[in-house]
Design a protein around this ligand. Structure first.
Ligand code: SF4
Ligand code: SF4
Length: 493
């Protein structure tokens, strides 16, 4: 008989379904250690990265006012938006790939909601104790101890949340200067707003909303089942082994297994209706119905009711049940990572068409991304014709066209560029030249330079329209060459 207390309290007829507070019990084991490791590594990366430097600059900085992103020596300009879009596509595909392969790995170990909730839960345990003490404290009156414990918890939460908000903003505004301004209470309006916003979001999501974010706000929880099939890795309760559940004395199954006269396996014992030599008792599976797997569940579900979308695959129930199985001297794995096929006694197939398709797509886009980023031009050139006049006739009779050259030096170093004008076959045009003759331009590091430039043509070659090509090359690096086609107009013949 399932003694699980329902996770929700439903008020019939009400528009709002109030949630029963969940007090996850602390759990130890392989997956708890793995989760802690993931928390340390991921939070370590998040809190450390803004403090790293790369050259003269913060290693990872999303400079929104300048519309430039710096990621470990790579600069992304608005013109590189395509690569950022590809990054998002890769992130989405990775989620599909790993979900098809290993289920909700992301939810259980890497999702920010899981990671921050884990830290907030630890702080709650330090200040208020484990599940039963927390339940008792909440049910009890507001006395000195309750005020101190709850106050201590909220102070810890708040400090951590503010640090998180500050770190988050530090990805967008140089964190060292931000820190100095924070200490001297000299933050700008937007910085203050976003630090406050992310602090509150962290505090609210990890401290209060917790599993409700996964259950009601996260779209991934809703559509991830579309990526599941019978070979996807899931955390499941082995119903065939566990049922019928029920309390029993420690070692009862051992007795059934050892009895040579009646049964040799638990299944046999169940069929025979015996669990011990000469003792006729109700046949039971391995689940002793202790509900510890429910008590440790951060989303408050009972995994024994089957696969549910609320399950974030954290593995806490595996650790809890393994500990119970150890105590009962039963084999571990009543709740385990498995597949639907394996549960049904069929062979599981890890490599299957959808995994191959996701994997190939991901590999191709990854390779394309790295190739594209590695081969980006360090110079962007845009040529605009003066639209006010098609041409003008100079005092010496030559025909002139005006242009604006926009040069973007994406490197952090000053560069000298050479500008040349040729025809569409890259041949020099006899009688057409840049007015002034000085075709070398200095552009400072990361500068966007607009340059007015005039082309002049001898009257005898300037009839009607002709194609011209602007070629801009780095005077020190001949491999860096960018060309832009444009047109030159003269009087009709
Ligand atoms: S922890 Fe294991 S034995 Fe206890 S109720 Fe859950 S499945 Fe059954
Ligand atoms: S059912 Fe188990 S794996 Fe799923 S969320 Fe609950 S404890 Fe985690």
């Amino acid at each position: 008989m399932n003694k699980t207390i329902p996770a929700t309290v439903i008020d019939d007829g009400a528009m709002y379904q109030s949630e029963r507070k969940i007090y996850p019990r602390d759990v130890h084991g392989r997956f708890a250690r793995l989760r802690k490791l993931a928390v340390w590594v991921l939070l370590g990366i998040f809190y450390l990265i803004p403090w790293l430097s790369w050259g003269q600059r913060q290693a990872v900085l999303f400079d929104l006012p300048a519309r430039k992103f710096y990621i470990f020596g790579l600069n992304f300009w608005p013109q590189d938006f395509f690569f950022l879009a590809l990054l998002l596509i890769m992130a989405g595909l990775s989620l599909f790939f790993f979900t098809a392969l290993a289920g909700r790995l992301w939810c259980g170990y890497a999702c920010p909601q899981t990671v921050w909730t884990e830290v907030f839960l630890d702080m709650e345990r330090w200040t208020e104790g484990d599940r039963h003490r927390r339940m008792k404290l909440d049910a009890g009156p507001w006395n000195r101890e309750k005020i101190l414990r709850k106050g201590g918890k909220h102070l810890l939460w708040l400090a951590f949340a503010v640090w998180t908000g500050f770190t988050f903003v530090g990805f967008f505004s140089p964190i060292r200067e931000l820190g100095l301004r924070l200490l001297s209470v000299d933050l700008g309006g937007w910085e203050s707003f976003w630090i406050g916003f992310y602090s509150l979001a962290t505090w609210g999501n990890a401290g209060f909303l917790r599993e409700q974010v996964c259950k009601y706000m996260c779209p991934y929880a809703r559509f991830q089942s579309a990526m599941f099939d019978r070979n996807t890795l899931i955390i499941a309760y082995d119903e065939r082994r566990g049922e019928p559940r029920g309390a029993r004395k420690r070692g009862a199954r051992e007795a059934a297994t050892r009895d040579p006269g009646t049964a040799t396996t638990q299944g046999d014992a169940r069929e025979a209706g015996t669990t011990g030599p000469g003792t006729r008792v109700a046949a039971l599976g391995d689940c002793i119905d202790c509900t510890i797997c429910v008590q440790v569940c951060p989303t408050g579900i009972d995994i024994r009711n089957g696969l549910q979308y609320e399950c974030i695959a954290c593995g806490a129930c595996i650790d809890a049940c393994d500990a119970v199985m150890d105590k009962m001297e039963y084999p571990r794995g009543l709740i385990r990572y498995t597949t639907q096929n394996a549960l049904d006694g069929k062979r599981s197939q890890v490599v299957r068409p959808r995994v191959i398709v996701y994997g190939l797509l991901l590999t191709a886009i990854f390779a394309g991304w790295f190739w594209g980023v590695g081969h980006r031009s360090a110079l962007i050139v845009d040529v605009l014709r003066d639209r006010n006049a098609l041409y003008r006739v100079a005092a010496d009779g030559s025909i002139e066209n005006a242009y604006t050259l926009k040069l973007i030096n994406k490197t952090p170093l000053a560069q000298r560029y050479r500008v040349a004008v040729v025809d569409e076959h890259d041949n020099a045009i006899d009688g057409l030249a840049i007015v002034g003759g000085d075709n070398e331009i200095d552009v400072a590091g990361e500068q966007v330079l607009s340059l007015s430039l005039t082309l002049a043509a001898r009257p005898d070659i300037a009839h009607g329209r002709r194609n011209v090509r602007f070629v801009i090359s780095d005077s020190r690096d001949p491999d860096l060459r960018v060309q832009q086609d444009s047109r030159f107009f003269g009087p009709l013949p």
